[in-house]
Design a protein around this ligand. Structure first.
Ligand code: MAN
Length: 349
């Protein structure tokens, strides 16, 4: 047993029924993959809320964002041009769509376990033609008093990394798409190294290459270059099909510790860790052979898309790492780790 997570006994801490839909005619199907930060003395989650209309028999219907608002598309299940074998995505007449439309929702808490939606904070919706299928899985990095939000922006143009920034969570600066398709899982380092900003990100290639984690650098945290592939999938391992960064790397005396997700060919999502050199984050020092968290509980095995633990947000307090994670693509959960224990499980390369 390599799972060293201490799951909250209160899990799941948030279910789809705990929040209200963003508009009439939609239902919340899943709550998942929150960004995490502290602000004004509270713990905050920026949750991905995935919605669609109530499903009628023999028809698949899903929302997309148009200039005038939300439009519902509906396709008969018997239509020969429809491929709906994956609950998350469908292909119709050669084009891909998402079965749900995601926005980002703020909730806050005093104890990190019981969260509520405060008044007076806006929902973050997709905006513009690169976000018509929604925004997802937001990482929140705090750098010099500003919160940087890096999220997956989805549209018929593809899946890329969008960025917004804020100081007060009420007004936002828009930085557009900072890394074009196909790319997601972008996590910023929360401090500069030798005067440069750094980010982890995950391009995908269908033809050559794969779903690997890359490192990029930037003079301003917004414009990125000098990309380097640093973590690849491993045949025969738990992370054989795809890997992607979690939240901001954690600074330790041994190096930058990153929690990441890996999936195998059966789409089982587990968590592992790797360690990067403090002065040269392109240098991988160590990585876990075995996952540090495996979907095992009922709420991780069964849901909208089962056998998933996926994190893109955490809090660090001394040796204690608290991750918030999406379980089975449907519930928000929490778990604690000892950072020293994770460091002990790493295998140096
Ligand atoms: C994958 C999954 C989905 C997600 C899409 C677009 O299919 O991660 O949950 O909606 O990619 O990002």
């Amino acid at each position: 047993m390599t799972d060293i997570a201490k799951r909250f006994v209160e899990n799941p801490i948030l279910h789809p029924k705990d929040l209200l839909p963003s508009s009439a005619g939609l239902e919340i199907e899943c709550l998942l993959n929150p960004g995490v930060f502290t602000f004004e003395g509270k713990i905050w989650l920026l949750i991905r809320v995935a919605e669609r209309p109530a499903q009628q028999e023999n028809v698949i219907s899903f929302p997309v964002l148009k200039k005038g608002g939300i439009e519902i598309l509906a396709i008969a299940e018997s239509d020969p041009d429809l491929n709906a074998t994956d609950p998350r995505v469908i292909n119709y007449k050669g084009a891909d769509y998402l079965t749900t439309l995601s926005h980002l929702r703020l909730v806050c808490s005093d104890d990190g376990i019981h969260f509520y939606q405060p008044d007076a904070y806006p929902l973050l919706q997709g905006e513009g033609e690169d976000e018509t299928f929604g925004i997802e899985d937001c990482r929140v990095a705090q750098i010099n008093g500003t919160y940087y939000l890096t999220f997956t922006a989805v549209s018929e143009h593809g899946v890329g990394v969008g960025m917004r920034s804020t100081k007060d969570w009420k007004t936002f600066e828009y930085h557009g798409m900072i890394i074009p398709p196909h790319n997601k899982d972008c996590a910023l380092f929360e401090e500069q190294i030798n005067g440069k900003f750094y980010a982890l990100h995950r391009p995908s290639s269908v033809a050559l290459g794969g779903n690997y984690i890359w490192l990029a650098e930037s003079p301003d945290g917004i414009h990125w270059g000098n990309h380097k592939c640093i973590i690849k999938t491993r045949a025969g391992f738990w992370d054989s099909a795809r890997v992607g960064a979690g939240a901001a790397p954690i600074k330790t005396a041994a190096g930058w510790l990153e929690i990441y997700h890996g999936a195998n060919e059966k789409h089982q999502y587990c968590l592992g860790a790797f360690l990067l050199d403090l002065n040269n984050p392109a240098k991988v020092l160590a990585r876990t052979d075995q996952p540090i968290m495996v979907p095992t509980t009922d709420y991780e095995l069964h849901g909208f898309f089962g056998e998933v633990v996926f994190t893109n947000g955490h809090l660090v307090s001394g040796d204690e790492l608290t991750i918030y994670y999406g379980a089975a693509d449907e519930f928000v959960c929490g778990a604690k780790f000892s950072i020293a224990e994770i460091l002990e499980t790493l295998k140096y390369v």
